[in-house]
Design a protein around this ligand. Structure first.
Ligand SMILES: [Zn+2]
Length: 352
C-alpha cells in the first residue's frame, strides 16, 4: 500500500494504545485494545479533494486510485468554498467519510464583557456582566433553555428498558435494537446541543464576551442515585465540548473554573449556609442575599475566575450588587416541542 497510509495506521494504533493506557491508569476495566469499526485514515498529503466538484481522489497503491463522490449540501459548501480553511485528515468509514478542516487560530478577541454560565440539566443559567464607560458595571440574568434534552433522554431510556424486557430471549436482537435507539437519541440530543451552543456563541461574539464555565471534568455520577440521573451528565459535558471548540474557532476566550462550593456559597459575604434556606429554587443566606440558585452559582463561578487572577475581560470588576433583578436575557428558547417518537421510517435530521 501507499506508504503514507501505513504512517496513518500507526497513528491510529498509537491513539488506541494511549487510551488503553489511560484506562489502565484510572483503574478502569482494561479490555484488549480493539478496533471495532472498519476504518481508514489518510493524512492530508495522502489524498486529494476537488473542492468545487466534491470528489476525493484516494491513492491505494501504484496505479490504483479510488474516487469518492461526496454528496455536497449547502452546509458543506460553506467549508469547501472557504479558502482560509486547509484540509486536514480524511477518515473513511463504511457509511461516510469525514474530512477535517484546519483553520489558522484567529487569536483571542479582547473581551469587554463576561458571560458566566452554570450548566444544568435543562438550561444554561447565568449572568452577563458588562462594564460601562464610567467604570460601572451592569449585570443581568441570562438563560439558554434546552428542556427537550432531558425529555428525549428519559424517553429513550424508557424505550431501551422496554426493549430489553420484551426481547429478553434474544440478546443479539436486543443489542441491535438498543444500539439503534442509542444512535437516534444521540442525534436528537446533539442537534439541540448545537443549537444552544450556537445561540450562546452568537451572543458572545456580538457582545465581545469571554465565557466562564464550570469545569465538569472529574465530576463523577453519584452512585446512590438512579440511572436516569447518571444519564444526564454526558450531554452537559458534550455541550461544553461543543461550546469550547466553536469558541476556539471564533477566538472567543473560554475560562473553566472549579465548581466546588459554587452552588452553596454566598457571593456577597462568602458564607456557606449549611442547610438550604427558603424556597427550593432559591439560594438564601443569613446576610439577606436571595437569588435564583442557578444564577447564584454562575456568580460564584465568575468570582472564582476573577479571584484566580484569570484574565476576565480586561480586569472587569464584578459586584453582585450591580445585579438588575428585573432584567432577563434569553439566549435561546426551545424552538419546538419534542416531536413524537420517530417511527421506523422518519429520518433523524430535524429541520426547523
Ligand atoms: Zn451571605
Amino acid at each position: 500500500m501507499y506508504a503514507q497510509h501505513l504512517a496513518s495506521s500507526f497513528e491510529v494504533a498509537a491513539g488506541i494504545l494511549k487510551n488503553h493506557r489511560k484506562r489502565l491508569r484510572q483503574g478502569r476495566r482494561p479490555g484488549t485494545p480493539f478496533v471495532k469499526r472498519l476504518m481508514m485514515k489518510a493524512e492530508n498529503q495522502a489524498y486529494k479533494l476537488d473542492r468545487t466538484e466534491g470528489i476525493i481522489d484516494l491513492p491505494i497503491r501504484a496505479g490504483c486510485h479510488v474516487e469518492l463522490k461526496l454528496v455536497v449540501s449547502r452546509y458543506h459548501r460553506r467549508y469547501l468554498n472557504d479558502g482560509t480553511l486547509s484540509l486536514g485528515s480524511l477518515t473513511v468509514l463504511p457509511d461516510r467519510v469525514i474530512v477535517a478542516f484546519r483553520k489558522e487560530f484567529p487569536g483571542l478577541i479582547a473581551a469587554s464583557s463576561v458571560l458566566s454560565l452554570d450548566t444544568n440539566e435543562r438550561s444554561l443559567d447565568g449572568i452577563f456582566v458588562e462594564g460601562g464607560r464610567k467604570g460601572d458595571t451592569s449585570c443581568v440574568q441570562v438563560k439558554a433553555a434546552f428542556p427537550e434534552v432531558a425529555i428525549i433522554q428519559q424517553r429513550h431510556h424508557e424505550r431501551r428498558r422496554r426493549l430489553q424486557k420484551k426481547k429478553a430471549h434474544d440478546r443479539r436482537l436486543t443489542r441491535v435494537l438498543c444500539g439503534r435507539e442509542g444512535r437516534r437519541e444521540h442525534h436528537r440530543v446533539d442537534y439541540r446541543l448545537h443549537s444552544v451552543a450556537n445561540a450562546v456563541l452568537e451572543f458572545a461574539e456580538n457582545h465581545r464576551s469571554a465565557i466562564v464555565l464550570e469545569d465538569l471534568r472529574g465530576m463523577r455520577p453519584n452512585k446512590n442515585k438512579d440511572l436516569n440521573r447518571r444519564l444526564s451528565l454526558w450531554p452537559r459535558r458534550k455541550l461544553h465540548q461543543i461550546i469550547e471548540y466553536k469558541a476556539a474557532w471564533k477566538g472567543i476566550p473560554v475560562i473553566k473554573v472549579d465548581p466546588r462550593y459554587s452552588s452553596r456559597r454566598c457571593p456577597i459575604c462568602g458564607r456557606i449556609p449549611d442547610s438550604r434556606m427558603g424556597k427550593w429554587s432559591e439560594f438564601a443566606c443569613e446576610c439577606g442575599w436571595r437569588m435564583d440558585r442557578h444564577v447564584n452559582a454562575s456568580m460564584n463561578l465568575l468570582q472564582t475566575a476573577i479571584s484566580k487572577g484569570l484574565e476576565v475581560a480586561g480586569g472587569l470588576r464584578f459586584s453582585p450588587g450591580a445585579f438588575q433583578h428585573d432584567v432577563m436575557m434569553t439566549l435561546c428558547e426551545p424552538a419546538m416541542a419534542v416531536r413524537s417518537e420517530p417511527n421506523g421510517t422518519s429520518h433523524i435530521g430535524v429541520t426547523s
